[in-house]
Design a protein around this ligand. Structure first.
Ligand code: ZN
Length: 116
């Protein structure tokens, strides 16, 4: 665990972005923030057989992937913004069972419904 000031961290972020990302991951267990690790994103997609959980269209991991499909959005089934009311405790909001992969279109539709 690193103990550094925000100021120092900003310096590092500016000059050594890769190191900054590493520190962020070490310092903030993913459950305490919105950050979802690469491995977890992959696991969610794998579980859904690389298809959108709502419309079933084909998804891909990132823009760099050459195969066809929409870039997956990893969505909190129970909204992150309501995390203090999550049934399984706030710090577990990023657990696998609360995550799903959606295509950009379905994700937008879902989040606009949540706001209403
Ligand atoms: Zn969809």
């Amino acid at each position: 665990m690193y103990q550094i000031s925000d100021f120092l961290f900003e310096e590092i972020q500016e000059n050594y972005p890769e190191l900054a990302e590493h520190i962020l991951m070490e310092n903030k267990p993913e459950n305490s923030c919105r950050y979802i690790s690469r491995e977890k994103r992959y696991e969610v997609l794998r579980r859904q057989k690389w298809r959108c959980n709502i419309c079933g269209c084909k998804l891909k991991y990132s823009k760099e992937n050459s195969w066809e499909g929409e870039v997956a959005h990893i969505d909190h089934i129970f909204p992150y913004t309501q995390k203090e009311f999550y049934f399984n405790r706030e710090e577990n909001i990023n657990e696998l069972s609360n995550l799903q992969a959606l295509c950009p279109k379905c994700n937008l539709t879902k989040s606009s419904k949540e706001i209403q």
